[in-house]
Design a protein around this ligand. Sequence first.
Ligand code: DLL
Length: 441
Amino acid sequence: MNKKNIQINYFEEKLETMPSDDLSVLILERLNKTLKYVYKNVPFYKEQFDNARVNIDLIRSTKDLKNIPFTLKSDLVNNYPFGLFSSNLENIVRIHASSGTTAKPIIVSYTKKDIKVWAELMSRVFYACGLNKNDIAQNAFGYGLFTGGLGFHYGAENIGMTLVPMSSGFTERQFAMMNDLGVTVLFCTPSYALFLSEELPKYIKDTSKLKLKKGIFGAEPWSNELRLKIEDMLNIDAYDIYGLSELLGPGVAYECEYKNGLHINEDNFYPEIIDPKTGEVLPEGELGELVLTNLNQEAMPLIRYRTRDITSLNREKCKCGRTFARMKKIKGRTDDMVIIKGVNVFPSQIESAIFSFDFLEPVYLIELYTDNLLDKINVLVEAKSEIYNMGDKKLEDISTMLQYKIHELIGVKSKVTIVPPKTLERSQGKSKRVKDLRKKL
Ligand code: DLL
């Protein structure tokens, strides 16, 4: 979508545009407070800091953080359910859980103040995307233990938006509400937005009457190419939002109308980028794993939490006036990265290759398999029906073109299997893009 007049709105202007020196002072102040707080209240952190011989009274700058051990997802699993709580249960008003891949979920907790802070952080997101109390939002993130539903819900109510708590599923009802209520903004995963884009023509014959103008999508990696597809199919302006349950949920970082990286709510989450192999802190601009320290949470602040998400940081002031550090769109997770012939490959790179061809449907699955003891990739992708019906020769040509493009982008040869349209699974939440069929040695 073309940007016409960008009108910059802040929810908390003083904080969001704070001069960087003042922001550094605020961050250090909150960091020191948080370190003392967890040292006093969480035996896990007392032990971590003591074992690493860290004297938290001697943290004089954020650079000193590098001496503090990381917190890992396994620490949350091992301390399940209440081990990392800093507050007594009587002060906890909410629990969420992450859809972990391990048998035990990880749970996260919130005090009343945490819920308020979270709603305010989400309010910043909405203002940054140009929304206000006059908007009508359709929240198609899942409600329940997942943080998407209630995270968006409280943020939207906080600025007085009219919010329709749809959750995902029930396609017909999604479109009925969108149409009848004059919904102006949609919240969901990019996969679900794509699914709705594909279904739209079936349910709404005259789309010119729809009031939908924006979408805020997140909870999974998605490429800029997918953004353009969704924007085109739904005729909206789409924004990226990032977050994770371990640090409140959605609202850690978000795009403003310039869409030039995601602003990290830095007065609440201090970001570092590390080399995922060595743990060493990397300089600004380098790609690595995002590590976040909570600066303003009561129930369960985490220190140097390894997110496993790959991105880079930029501390230049944005054109919108916000001074918070920005991170690039997430490239993928270290867990989703596959190493093929020594090359690191992320699903999002393959997605970019696929989405550059108009004759393919924007749905794919990456299969990893073993051939002659070597790891290989098979990319399954749907051709549009008019192309699929052109016969085998056409499909072979397409497959060769895509193979070439993938090779060019990631430097690795892959197999490409063109499948009939609408045969791969569509997701109503987070998509599973990679299927690992490799033989375990
Ligand atoms: O996905 C919270 C959320 C809800 C974020 C709604 C945005 C919108 P989890 O289920 O704990 O929490 O999953 C967190 O999802 O570590 C990333 O790997 C991935 N993720 C979240 N947002 C993005 C994004 C929520 N915008 C994990 N781009 C994170 C890429 C994302 N990956």
